[in-house]
Design a protein around this ligand. Structure first.
Ligand code: ADP
Ligand code: ZN
Length: 729
C-alpha cells in the first residue's frame, strides 16, 4: 500500500520520498482511522490527504476556511494532473451544476468547500450520492476558541461524524499547544484518533533578534542582503505601515502596503500582486498573511514585537515554505511591551471578554518579551516553548549561534550582583527599581527607601540601563530569576538563584556586538548550501520564464514550479526529459506540460555561456525541512534491535515508527557500529551493484546512482549501502 502511495507521489508530484510523519498520516487516512496531524507551516500537510484521495478513488471532501487557500490547492492539484474542484459562491449555477454532476459521476478526487456549505442539506445530499467517506479539515485549529484564529462556522463541523456515519475525519493544523490539540479532537468528535505531532523546528530559517534603534537603517540593511527576493515587513499599527512603505519607496524599493483599513478591492490587488510575483515586498499589519501560500518568501521582518510566541511562529512560518533558506529578523524595544499592554487592556475593557482574557494575554506577551531578550539559541527557545527538546548543541542559524552577539566575559559575577541586589531589596521590587539600585542612581525613591545604603548599591554603575535590563531578562529566561505575573510584576529568587550566588551554576549572558551592517552578518548553513552549484543567472532566467507563463495562464508562479525545482534545474542542468524526470518537483504531468520549454531554456543558456550540462556531481541541497534527529529512547531501542539483527519490519513494529524513520535509525546504526556485513538488510548482489555505482559516480548525490541502476533499486537501499560505505564516524 505504502509502496503504491510512494509511486503515486513520485508520479504526480515528483517528490522522491516522504517527509517525517507523512507516511503515518497517510496510512491513517487509508485505514480510515480518525486522525489529527500537527506539522509546522510548510511541513507538507496537504499531501497527507491529497495522495490518499488519489489512491482510494472516490471523492475526498476538504474543508478549508478561505476561498484563496482552496484555490491555490485546486490549481496545484490540477497542475499535477489530479481532478480537483472547489464549489463556492463564485460559481455560476451552470458551472456548479456541472461540477456537481462530475462529483456524482465519481470523476472528482478532491472536492473543496467551506464549512458553511458542507452543512447545507443539498450539499450533504450530494456527498451521500457520491458516497463520500473521507473528510479532511484544513486549518483545524479554527474550531477551537483556544486557538489564535477561532472561526465560529467551524463549530458546525462537530456534526460530520453524526451526519455521515461511518466516515473518517482527519484534521490538519500547525497549532502547537496541547490545549488546542485536545480541543480539536473533542470538538470534531473524533473516535480514537491517531494524533501525530511533528517537529516544530524550521531548520532552514535563520532567526535574528535586534534591539530596535535606527529602524529605517536596520530595515534597509536587511533588505540589502535580500535583493530581488520576496519578503514581508510586519508593523504593529496601520500608521507604521504607511510610514515604512513611504520611506522604502523614497529609497527606491518597489513596495506595497497592506492593512485592514484599506478597501477590500485594494487589499485583494496587493495580495494578488504578491502571489503573482509582480511585487516582492509587502509592508503590512498582521492582517496580511493568512491565505498567502507563496512558497518562496525569503525574509520576514518584524519591525516591532508580536503579542505572543504563537503569533511569531505563525508569521515567521510563512518564510521558506519551499524548504530553502530564509531569514526572520525581529526588531524590538521595551516600548513594544508597553504598547501591547495598553492595546490589550483597552480591548479587554471595550469588548465583552471573559475574565481570563487579560491575564492570559499578558502572560503570552511576557513570554514573547522573554524570547526577544533571551540569550539562548533561538531554535532551541522556540521549540522549547512548544514543549519539544532541541537535540543539537548549536543550530548555526540564529544570531546567538552565529555569533552576532558577544558573550559577556564575567557573566557569573554580574548575575551574582543582580541576584544579590534582588535579595537585598527583599524580593519586593520590580525590574526598574532593581536597575536603579545596582546602577547607583540617587533617585527620590531609592533615597527614601534608604536603598542607597545597601551593599549592592552601585555595583554595576558602569553599565547602561538598557544593558542591565537585558541581562535581567536573560536571567529570567534561564530560570534563575523569577518575575511575578502581577499587575506590578516584582522580581523574586528561586532555588536556582541561590545556586548561582554560591557559584554552583553556570550562567550565560550576551550583549549585541556592533556589526549590524549588511555585509558583516554571517550566513547560515542553509544560506550557503542551497545555492551550491546553482548557475544563478540560469535560475533568474527560469524564474522570468515562470513569471511570464504564470501571467499567461493566470496561475501563481509557485504552482508551476517551486524555487527549489528551479534551483535544481539550474544546478543539474539536465539535457533530456529522462533526466528532467528526476529533478525535485517534476512529475509526469509537469514533464509533459513544461518539459520541452525548460529543456530548451537550459540548452540555450548553456550553449551561449559555455556552461556544462548534466552536472551530476553537483551537491544535493539540504533535504527540505527535516526534523532534527534526536538521540531519544526510540532511536536507542532501534539501534539495539539492529545490533541483534532484527529485520526492518520488526523494528517498525516494535518501535511503532514509520519505515522512513526506522531506515534513518538503520543508517545511524550502520554508521555507528560499522558492522562487517549488512546482508540482513540489503542482499549481497544488490549491495555490490550499488557499491559499484557509488564508486563510479561518487557519494555526493543519490540521484546519479539511482539513475545508473536504471531506477530499479530504491532510494532507501542506496541510502543504507552508502551509510555502510561512508568513512567511520
Ligand atoms: P503545509 O500545508 O503543511 O503548510 P504544504 O502542504 O503546503 O505544507 O507543503 C509545503 C511544501 O512542501 C509544498 O511546496 C509541497 O509541494 C512540499 N512537499 C510536501 N511533501 C513533500 C515531500 N514528501 N517531498 C518534497 N516536498 C514536499
Ligand atoms: Zn541557535
Amino acid at each position: 500500500m505504502i509502496d503504491e502511495l510512494q509511486k503515486l507521489v513520485r508520479k504526480h508530484w515528483g517528490h522522491p520520498a516522504f517527509r517525517p510523519l507523512q507516511e503515518d498520516a497517510m496510512r491513517a487516512v487509508i485505514e480510515r482511522r480518525d486522525s489529527l496531524l500537527v506539522l509546522p507551516t510548510g511541513g507538507g500537510k496537504s499531501l497527507c490527504y491529497q495522495a490518499p484521495a488519489v489512491l482510494l478513488g472516490g471523492t475526498t471532501v476538504v474543508i478549508s476556511p478561505l476561498i484563496s487557500l482552496m484555490k491555490d490547492q485546486v490549481d496545484g492539484l490540477q497542475a499535477c494532473g489530479i481532478p480537483a474542484v472547489q464549489i463556492d459562491s463564485s460559481l455560476s449555477p451552470s458551472e456548479r451544476f456541472a461540477y456537481e454532476q462530475d462529483v456524482r459521476d465519481g470523476a472528482v478526487r478532491l472536492l473543496f468547500v467551506s464549512p458553511e456549505r458542507l452543512m447545507n442539506p443539498d450539499f450533504c445530499n450530494l456527498c451521500r450520492q457520491a458516497q463520500v467517506k473521507t473528510f479532511a479539515i484544513d486549518e483545524a485549529h479554527c474550531i477551537s476558541h483556544w486557538g489564535h484564529d477561532f472561526r465560529p462556522e467551524y463549530r458546525m463541523l462537530s456534526r460530520i461524524k453524526e451526519i455521515f456515519p461511518g466516515s473518517s475525519v482527519h484534521g490538519y493544523t500547525a497549532t502547537a499547544t496541547q490545549q488546542v490539540r485536545d480541543d480539536i479532537c473533542k470538538q470534531l468528535a473524533l473516535t480514537n484518533p491517531l494524533v501525530l505531532v511533528g517537529n516544530f523546528d524550521r531548520p532552514n530559517l535563520t532567526y535574528r533578534v535586534l534591539r530596535r534603534s535606527d529602524v529605517e537603517r536596520q530595515i534597509l540593511d536587511i533588505l540589502a542582503r535580500h535583493k530581488g527576493e520576496a519578503g514581508i515587513i510586519y508593523c504593529l499599527r496601520r500608521r507604521d505601515v504607511d510610514d515604512t512603505a513611504a520611506m522604502l519607496k523614497m529609497s527606491g524599493h518597489k513596495v506595497m502596503p497592506y492593512h485592514a483599513g484599506m478597501e477590500p478591492h485594494e487589499r485583494k490587488r496587493v495580495q494578488e500582486a504578491f502571489i503573482n510575483e509582480e511585487c516582492d515586498l509587502i509592508v503590512a499589519t498582521v492582517a496580511f498573511g493568512m491565505g498567502i501560500d507563496r512558497s518562496n518568501i525569503r525574509f520576514i521582518i518584524h519591525a516591532s514585537m508580536p503579542k505572543s510566541v504563537e503569533h511569531y511562529q505563525q508569521e515567521t512560518g510563512r518564510a521558506g515554505r519551499d524548504g530553502l533558506e530564509a531569514e526572520c529578523v525581529l526588531l524590538h524595544s521595551g516600548q513594544d511591551v508597553m504598547t501591547w499592554q495598553a492595546i490589550l487592556q483597552k480591548s479587554a475593557q471595550e469588548n465583552d471578554v471573559s475574565p481570563e482574557f487579560l491575564p492570559g494575554a499578558l502572560k503570552h506577551l511576557n513570554d514573547m518579551d522573554q524570547y526577544a531578550r533571551g540569550a539562548v539559541c533561538r531554535h532551541r527557545a522556540l521549540v522549547g516553548y512548544f514543549g519539544q527538546a532541541y537535540a543539537e548543541p548549536s543550530c548555526a542559524a540564529c544570531d546567538i549561534c552565529l555569533g552576532d552577539v558577544e558573550v559577556v566575559p564575567a557573566a557569573l559575577v554580574i548575575a551574582q550582583k543582580i541576584l544579590s541586589c534582588v535579595a537585598r531589596v527583599n524580593e519586593r521590587y520590580g525590574v526598574g527599581h532593581v536597575i536603579s539600585v545596582v546602577r547607583g542612581e540617587q533617585t527620590e525613591r531609592v533615597k527614601s527607601l534608604q536603598h542607597d545604603q545597601l551593599s549592592t548599591f552601585g555595583l554595576l554603575k558602569e553599565h547602561s540601563k538598557q544593558v542591565i535590563r537585558d541581562w535581567i531578562f536573560q536571567l529570567i529566561g534561564q530560570g534563575v530569576l523569577v518575575q511575578t505575573q502581577d499587575e506590578y510584576p516584582i522580581l523574586k529568587l528561586n532555588l536556582a538563584s541561590w545556586e548561582v550566588m554560591k557559584g554552583k551554576q553556570k550562567i550565560n549572558l550576551v550583549q549585541p556586538v556592533h556589526k549590524e551592517k549588511s555585509g558583516s552578518v554571517k550566513q547560515s548553513k542553509a544560506d550557503v548550501t542551497s545555492w551550491e552549484g546553482v548557475e544563478r543567472n540560469l535560475f533568474e532566467m527560469l524564474r522570468a520564464w515562470r513569471f511570464e507563463l504564470a501571467k499567461q495562464t493566470g496561475k501563481p508562479p509557485y504552482v508551476i514550479f517551486s524555487d527549489e525545482t528551479l534551483r535544481q534545474l539550474a544546478r543539474v542542468r539536465p539535457s533530456n526529459s529522462e533526466k528532467l524526470r528526476y529533478v525535485y518537483g517534476i512529475g509526469d504531468a509537469k514533464l509533459r506540460t513544461y518539459g520541452s520549454m525548460v529543456l530548451s531554456i537550459i540548452r540555450e543558456y548553456c550553449e551561449e555561456h559555455g556552461v556544462s550540462m548534466e552536472n551530476d556531481s553537483a551537491p544535493a541541497p539540504d533535504p527540505a525541512p527535516r526534523a532534527a534527529k534526536q538521540m531519544n529512547a526510540t532511536r536507542a531501542l532501534a539501534i539495539q534491535l539492529f545490533r541483534q539483527g532484527s529485520a526492518i519490519e520488526d523494528v517498525m513494529h516494535q518501535t511503532g515508527r514509520s519505515r522512513s524513520t526506522v531506515l534513518d535509525y538503520l543508517c545511524d546504526y550502520i554508521r555507528l557500529d560499522k558492522p562487517a556485513s549488512i546482508e540482513t538488510w540489503v542482499a549481497k548482489d544488490l549491495y555490490e551493484r550499488i557499491a559499484a555505482a557509488v564508486k563510479q559516480h561518487g557519494a555526493g548525490r543519490l540521484k546519479p546512482i539511482f539513475l545508473a541502476l536504471s531506477a530499479k533499486v530504491s532510494y532507501d537501499e542506496i541510502r543504507v549501502v552508502m551509510a555502510h560505505l561512508s568513512p567511520g564516524a
